[in-house]
Design a protein. Structure first.
Length: 299
């Protein structure tokens, strides 16, 4: 019998033995947005359950920055984004289940933070990056931030208006680190300690470009009725035309794309960039939309 089996062609062998076990889905890493935490049952906990329900056996790591959920929330406002990215890179490198590669999904500011992980920390490898409402060209205002009536949101707005590019504010307020003032482009390029770096505004880091281009897909979701992000087109990597704050331009008209400083033009031509729009306000989406539109990138 063994001799007979050895003589069978590979295809016939497969028919005789039946299908093997299905390949396991790649692990998923998710990073929450401003004022949220890793495990809120109404946000990241809900997303985790959606993924696990539809992709049985998948490993989902919801990132927590800090030792407690309270610290996780506080750090989303006050812990230097570069330090957060370093912490996450250490977490990912230490997790054995991620070493073969993982998909990443960032919500709001978690989208640009995970892009920084892709650019700065290629091991373990990020396979696909899904940015849900991430502000990849930054923001020039928070018309409505979480907990609109809170004193914290009012204080953040006033602080950004008065001195987003001062050293003290840059070092200690996360939202200042992706504040992009189209009326003060030179200040932004020189003094932004996070976004200007990962967007190659001060020079070309070829490693950043190489690492980002290694992604299979870079998916960007824009909320079509967004009242929180200014301008919403930043969620598709567009922004205000420089020198004013009324007219916006798409990614393809920006110097970042035309000069291909991050490899986005080449990725676009290769079909690696995916631009998705969903009706609703910031981070408002239905389970049906998530299941039909986002889950296929994880399977």
């Amino acid at each position: 019998m063994a001799a007979l089996m050895a003589a069978l062609p590979p295809l016939l062998m497969a028919l005789c033995l039946g299908p093997g076990p299905a390949a396991a889905a790649a692990p998923l890493v998710i990073w929450h947005g401003m004022g949220d935490s890793c495990c809120n049952p109404l946000s990241m906990g809900y997303v985790r359950k959606l993924v696990e329900k539809n992709i049985p056996g998948i490993y989902v790591l919801s990132l927590r920055i800090g030792n407690t959920l309270i610290q996780d929330v506080e750090n989303s406002f006050f812990l230097n984004a570069n330090e957060q990215v370093r912490e996450v890179c250490s977490q990912l490198a230490a997790e054995p289940r991620l070493q073969g590669g993982y998909n990443a999904m960032g919500f709001s500011q978690g989208g640009q933070f995970l892009r920084a992980v892709a650019q700065r920390c290629p091991s373990p490898p990020m396979l696909n990056l899904i940015s849900i409402g991430g502000q990849h060209q930054g923001v020039y205002g928070f018309p409505r931030c979480p907990g609109e009536s809170s004193h914290l949101c009012d204080w953040i707005r006033k602080t950004l208006d008065l001195g987003a590019y001062t050293q003290a504010v840059q070092e200690h307020l996360v939202q200042a680190q992706y504040w992009h003032d189209p009326l003060k482009e030179e200040d932004y390029r020189k003094k932004s300690i996070f976004l200007a770096d990962i967007n190659q505004e001060r020079g070309i880091n070829e490693t950043y470009k190489k690492n980002l281009m290694a992604l299979k897909k870079f998916v960007m979701v824009k909320f079509l009725n967004d009242t929180m992000v200014d301008p919403p087109i930043s969620e598709w990597f567009g922004f205000y035309r420089s020198g004013q704050a009324k007219e916006t331009i798409p990614l393809q008209e920006t110097s970042l794309y035309k000069e291909d400083r991050l490899g986005l033009q080449e990725m676009d031509k290769a079909g690696k960039l995916v631009f998705l729009g969903v009706k609703g306000d910031h981070l408002h989406f239905s389970e049906e939309w998530f299941d039909t539109t986002i889950l296929p990138f994880l399977q």
